[in-house]
Design a protein around this ligand. Structure first.
Ligand code: COA
Length: 260
């Protein structure tokens, strides 16, 4: 599959997706959102892919937001459609992937860029990264899940401050706040993400998918995370991965998981 706005590459069982509009600081336009959806959907069903790393091209930006040039003249209904379509195709889609997505935040992650990073399962930032939700400076609010996921990650008070002040925070502060899992020098960012991905790739894909569903259930209206966990835990006992994992332990060898 070839794309115009993203680059996909495989390193063993790890897939790297790079948003590739560096002259526009990788701003998310409609075409980029659609291509990301296609690439992620293919990765989700590809048994050879165990973990995905999402990053931005160049050294300056992960993603500097939704493409302001594209939506500047939108009407009320077009604005609603933009948020609904983006959430469905990309942000909710990433969050609900069956395999972990790691955001390698290599520079500015602003607006839709930070929202994209927050919809992934974990974030590693380079030390030059800056994060913020500057939408209110444009007369709009975060529309790709930012008002919800930022409050989930850093708490309501800090989320309110970040959203209403539109302040950008440096990577070190994002680490203090729990917005990112780790901060490393920019030159080490991809290696750090590959290291985490390689550890993930060794584990049972069926169990990882069940864990993602269980964690997500706790943040979803109308679902009880504990009940979901009980169901998902029980279902693990019917998988080949469970048989392999427990047998390998008892036989004192490393497991080979098939994701079945
Ligand atoms: N949408 C569309 N284009 C964007 C963009 C966005 N969110 N962010 C950056 N760009 C474009 C700029 O318009 C510029 O394009 P041009 O050369 O065609 O004029 C190019 O990327 C480079 O950006 P520039 O602003 O010149 O870089 P800078 O180093 O001076 O500033 C930022 C960097 C990130 C501070 C600045 O680009 C910015 O504030 N971007 C918008 C951030 C934002 O509000 N995001 C939320 C959107 S909802």
């Amino acid at each position: 599959m070839s794309y115009n706005t993203i680059i996909t590459e495989h390193q063993g069982d790890i897939m790297i997706i790079t948003i590739n509009r560096p002259d526009q600081l990788n701003a998310l336009n409609g075409a980029t959102i659609e291509e990301l959806n296609k690439a992620l959907a293919l990765a989700d069903i590809n048994k050879a892919v165990r973990c995905i790393i999402l990053t931005g091209a160049g050294e300056k930006a992960f993603v500097a937001g939704a493409d302001i040039k594209e939506f500047a003249r939108f009407s009320v209904s077009e604005g609603s459609m933009l948020a609904a379509r983006g959430q469905k195709l990309l942000f909710d889609f990433v969050e609900n992937m069956s395999k972990p997505v790691i955001a390698a935040v290599n520079g500015f992650a602003l607006g839709g860029g930070l929202e994209l990073a927050m919809s992934t399962h974990m974030r590693v930032a380079s030390d030059n990264a800056k994060m913020g939700l500057p939408e209110v400076t444009l007369g709009v609010i975060p529309g790709y899940g930012g008002t919800q996921r930022l409050a989930q990650l850093v708490g309501k008070g800090k989320a309110m401050e970040m959203i209403t002040s539109a302040a950008m925070i440096p990577a070190a502060e994002a680490l203090d706040w729990g917005l990112v899992n780790a901060v490393v020098p920019q030159a080490d960012l991809m290696n750090k993400c590959l290291e985490i991905a390689a550890r993930i790739a060794k584990n049972s894909p069926t169990a990882i998918a069940a864990a993602i569903r269980s964690v997500n259930a706790g943040f979803r209206d109308g679902q009880n995370g504990y009940t979901t966990e009980i169901t998902e835990f029980g279902n693990c006992f019917g998988t080949a991965d469970f048989t392999e994992g427990t047998t390998a332990f008892l036989e004192k060898r490393k497991p080979t998981f098939t994701g079945l």
